[in-house]
Design a protein around this ligand. Structure first.
Ligand SMILES: Nc1ncnc2c1ncn2[C@@H]1O[C@H](COP(=O)(O)OP(=O)(O)O)[C@@H](O)[C@H]1O
Ligand SMILES: O=C(CO)[C@@H](O)[C@H](O)COP(=O)(O)O
Length: 480
C-alpha cells in the first residue's frame, strides 16, 4: 500500500492506495492561515505536522497502515520555510499568496537572467523574493538561515531527516534552470543565496529515504516505509488526473485557481505571465495560468455575509447569463495575466436591488472570467486545450462548473466522486517510485461522471461580460 500526503493551504489530505493503484480510503485535517498584515500570508510549520498527524491518525483508526511501503508528498508551492543549522524553524513560512515581497520580486525580475534561465516571471509569490524580503527586513533570521525548504519538503525533512526537493516544486522558487532541471548558481548568487542552502534535487518518483524510526512510531507507519519526493500540488494533481502529455489539462477551483496544460517540451513564455514548470515525471513540463483567489473569493464573501461557501452556491438555482454586477477577484493581487501584486478586488455596478445571490453569482463569474484570461494567455504560448477536467473544492458547485464551461467555451469533465487530486497524484508517485512502475500506466485519467458543455444560449452574454470584465482592470489600476 501507498500513502499520498497533500499539504494544501487549507489542510493536509492523506490518501491510502492499494498496490493495484486503487483508492482505499482518505482523511484530512485543517491548517490555519494567518494574515498579520494586508498582503501577508503565513503558516506555522508545526501546524503542518499536527495536521499530518491528525489526518494519518484518522486514516489509521479506520485502516491498518502496516502494509504501507511508500509515502509520496505533494504541497502548496513556493512557500519559504527557513531553518537554522540544527533544522529548527526560524520564522513562520511565507506562503505562495503572500505578496509583501513585491519590491524584491520586481528587482529580481528586472534582471533578464531570471526570465532567461528560470523561464518565468519572478512573481512576488515565488520563493526567491520572499527570502530576499527576510534578508532585508529580518536580517537576524536571514543570517541564521542554513536551509530554505518548500512546505512539502519541510514535511519530507521532518519525516526522513534528509533535505530533498523535487523538480516540479523547485521550479517555482526562481532559483532553478527549469529547462535543464538543475539549480542555477547564477540565479542563487543573484539573490544572495548559496547552493548549500538548497535541498538536493530529485525527480518526483525519487526516493528521499526511509521514515525516521521515531516518526514512524509516532505516525503508526511501518519503519521501513520510504518517503518519495512527490511534486508541487499542481504537478501532483496532473499526476492524479493523468494529465501527462500535450493536449491534457485541468482547471482547479481551489484557494487559487489554476488552468494547467501538460507540455511535451520546455517552451517558456514569461511575457504571457503563464508559469512554465517541470512536471513531476522526468523529461516533461507543464504550463499554467494561476489566479490567486478562486474559492478564496467565495470564502471572503461567505465570511463577510456570515454564511458558508456551499450555502452560497447552493442558493443559486439554474445557470443565468451574467448581469451587470461585476466582481474583480484580485483580493490578494494577481499573477496571470497581470503580474500585479498591488491591485485589489472590486465590486462594480452594485444596485439598491442587489441581493446576496447576485453577489455570489458576480463572485464566481469574476473568478471564471479571470480564468478565461489565463486560458487566453496559455493559448498565446501554443498550449492546446480542447477540453478540461475540473478539480478542487469549487467544483462541488455544478452552477460554477457549467458557468466555467460556457465562459471558457470548452467542455469540462467532472470526475466521478472519489479521489483525483494532488494527494492521489502523490500516492501514485510513491507507487511508481517504490515499484518502478511506469507513470503512464499508473497515472490514468479518472472515470468521468458528467461532461458539462458550454451553453450555446449563454455564450454570447458571457463573452460580452468577459469583455466588460477585462476592460475594468486597467480602469481599476488607474485609480489613485
Ligand atoms: N459547494 C461548494 N461550492 C463552492 N465552493 C465550495 C463548495 N464546497 C467547498 N467549496 C470551496 O472549496 C474550497 C476548498 O477547496 P480545495 O480544492 O480543497 O482547496 P485547497 O487545495 O486550496 O486547500 C473551500 O475553501 C470552499 O470555498
Ligand atoms: O501558487 C500556486 C501555484 O503556482 C498555488 O497553486 C499554490 O500551489 C497553492 O495551491 P492551493 O492551495 O490553491 O491548491
Amino acid at each position: 500500500m501507498f500513502i499520498g500526503l497533500d499539504l494544501g493551504t487549507s489542510g493536509v489530505r492523506a490518501v491510502l492506495l492499494r498496490d493495484d493503484g486503487s483508492v482505499r480510503d482518505s482523511a484530512e485535517a485543517a491548517t490555519p492561515v494567518a494574515h498579520p498584515h494586508p498582503g501577508w500570508s503565513e503558516q506555522d510549520p508545526a501546524d503542518w505536522i499536527a495536521a499530518t498527524r491528525a489526518a494519518l491518525g484518522e486514516l489509521g483508526a479506520r485502516q491498518s497502515l502496516a502494509g504501507v511501503r511508500g509515502i509520496g508528498l505533494s504541497g502548496q508551492m513556493h512557500g519559504a520555510t527557513l531553518l537554522d543549522e540544527s533544522g529548527a524553524v526560524l520564522r513562520p513560512c511565507l506562503l505562495w499568496n503572500d505578496t509583501r515581497s513585491h519590491a524584491q520580486a520586481a528587482r529580481l525580475d528586472a534582471d533578464p537572467d531570471f526570465r532567461r534561465i528560470s523561464g518565468n516571471i519572478v512573481f512576488p509569490g515565488f520563493t526567491a523574493p520572499k527570502v530576499l524580503w527576510v534578508a532585508e527586513h529580518e536580517p537576524e533570521a536571514f543570517a541564521r538561515t542554513a536551509r530554505v525548504l518548500l512546505p512539502k519538503d519541510y514535511l519530507s525533512f521532518w519525516l526522513t531527516g534528509r533535505a530533498a526537493s523535487d523538480m516540479s516544486d523547485s521550479a517555482g522558487t526562481a532559483w532553478m534552470d527549469v529547462g535543464r532541471r538543475a539549480w542555477s548558481d547564477v540565479l542563487l548568487a543573484k539573490s544572495g543565496m548559496r547552493r548549500d542552502q538548497m535541498p538536493e534535487l530529485l525527480e518526483g518518483t525519487g526516493i528521499v529515504g526511509p521514515l525516521r524510526p521515531e516518526v514512524a512510531r509516532d505516525l503508526g507507519l511501518p519503519e521501513g516505509a520510504l518517503v518519495i519526493a512527490g511534486g508541487g500540488d499542481n504537478a501532483a494533481s496532473a499526476c492524479g488526473v493523468g494529465a501527462l502529455a500535450e493536449g491534457d489539462g485541468f482547471v482547479s477551483l481551489g484557494t487559487s485557481g489554476v488552468l494547467l496544460a501538460a507540455r511535451d517540451g520546455f517552451a517558456p513564455a514569461p511575457e504571457s505571465a503563464v508559469h512554465t514548470f517541470c512536471h513531476a515525471i522526468p523529461d516533461t513540463w507543464y504550463q499554467m495560468g494561476v489566479i490567486l483567489a478562486a474559492t478564496d473569493s467565495l470564502n471572503w464573501l461567505a465570511r463577510v455575509t456570515g454564511t458558508r461557501p456551499a450555502d452560497l452556491t447552493q442558493a443559486l438555482g439554474p445557470l443565468r447569463a451574467p448581469g451587470r454586477l461585476r466582481f474583480l477577484p484580485y483580493l490578494s493581487g494577481e499573477r496571470t495575466p497581470h503580474n500585479d501584486s498591488a491591485i485589489r478586488g472590486a465590486l462594480l455596478n452594485l444596485d439598491i436591488a442587489s441581493e446576496q445571490a447576485d453577489l455570489t453569482r458576480a463572485v464566481i463569474e469574476g473568478v471564471s472570467f479571470a480564468l478565461k484570461d489565463s486560458l487566453i494567455a496559455l493559448q498565446s504560448t501554443g498550449a492546446r486545450l480542447d477540453r478540461l477536467l475540473a478539480i478542487g473544492g469549487g467544483t462541488r458547485s455544478r452552477y460554477w462548473v457549467e458557468l466555467l464551461a460556457t465562459v471558457l467555451n470548452l467542455p469540462i469533465d467532472l470526475p466521478q466522486s472519489g479521489e483525483f487530486g494532488a494527494a492521489l497524484g502523490a500516492a501514485r508517485l510513491a507507487l511508481c517510485g517504490v515499484t518502478g512502475a511506469a507513470p503512464s500506466e499508473v497515472m490514468t485519467k479518472p472515470p468521468v461522471a458528467e461532461t458539462l458543455l458550454p451553453r450555446p444560449d449563454l455564450t454570447a452574454a458571457c463573452e460580452a461580460a468577459h469583455a466588460a470584465f477585462a476592460a475594468a482592470y486597467p480602469a481599476l489600476r488607474a485609480l489613485p
